[in-house]
Design a protein around this ligand. Structure first.
Ligand code: SF4
Length: 278
């Protein structure tokens, strides 16, 4: 018999319950990029595309020592910027982008970083995700950055329809369920969770704190731990959502699984190694 389709109301209630557990599992959230000013954060975020936060944090101290604000970076010699950030992928293109970004900030906003989505996304190299990072972290204005981890985790958890993959649609639908004051931390938690537990290639469903309600848990529970064994192909999903009863029965197969060392220590290590965009 086909699984009963979950109503929107039931899904929203489940999302809130699951997020309460994520808050316990990841009690502390923080932007993984080092920054002191909105200018440093917007530049660091642009630099972080397709590379790790750790690598970006490795080059920005020298970059910001040489070019501490938009006016200075707007006048930078591109060869000098390239030499500072050359350990990052696409460093030539990124050097061009951050200089053009600084020039736009200097000429159109008197060197300040604007505080609206419309103004931010009018800047060269700044998309909606970067704008949400800046709004939420630099200005504490509710923002929900949707990156590859958020797309994957919300899909596996069934927090969105399976065929809804446009980041802006995901942002609209997920934020509709949570209060604005929670959006930035919600995104941080989903990203950390996606980097450490619900990873792309080997989700750790056996000790995942959401495995009794996640509709995708059964798809991966037959996989050995990424740390201990060879992976076998995952079962394909056959239903949009499993019932809680079914998910609970899957959980009984996980008793021997080892939990993570600690959520926060492992999160930080894995986050530093992650190569996905923010
Ligand atoms: S149970 Fe598995 S698929 Fe579901 S959220 Fe947890 S790690 Fe991801």
């Amino acid at each position: 018999m086909a699984a009963k389709r979950e109503s929107k109301r039931a899904r929203a209630a489940r999302m809130r319950r699951e997020y309460d557990r994520l808050r316990e599992f990841i009690p502390v959230t923080k932007c993984q990029l080092d920054y002191r000013t909105p200018f440093e954060l917007i530049v660091a975020t642009v630099l972080s595309a397709q590379t790790t936060d750790r690598r970006v944090n490795g080059v920005t101290p020298e970059l910001f020592a040489r070019y501490p604000d938009a006016d200075a970076l707007a006048r930078a010699d591109i060869a000098d910027v390239e030499s500072i950030i050359r350990t990052l992928g696409f460093y030539r293109m990124k050097s061009k982008h951050v200089i053009e970004l600084a020039q736009a900030l200097a000429t159109r906003f008197a060197g300040a970083v604007p505080q609206t989505m419309e103004e931010l996304t009018s800047l060269p190299g700044v998309g909606r995700k970067t704008a949400n990072v800046v709004l939420g972290n630099a200005f504490r204005i509710p923002g929900f950055p949707v990156d590859t981890h958020v797309i994957r985790v919300t899909g596996r958890l069934g927090w969105r329809d399976a065929d809804e993959t446009d980041p802006e649609d995901i942002e609209r639908d997920v934020t509709a369920v949570f209060p604005p004051g929670e959006w930035t931390d919600l995104s941080h938690r989903l990203i950390i969770f996606g980097r450490t537990v619900c990873t792309a290639r080997a989700p750790q469903c056996a000790w995942c704190p959401l495995n009794d309600s996640c509709p995708s848990a059964g798809d991966f529970l037959d996989l050995p731990s990424a740390r201990t064994g060879t992976r076998r192909p995952a079962k394909r999903r056959t239903t949009a959502h499993r019932t809680t009863k079914t998910a609970k029965s899957k959980r009984t197969t996980t008793k021997s699984a080892k939990p993570p060392r600690t959520s926060t220590s492992r999160s930080r290590e894995a986050a530093a190694d992650d190569a996905g965009p923010r």
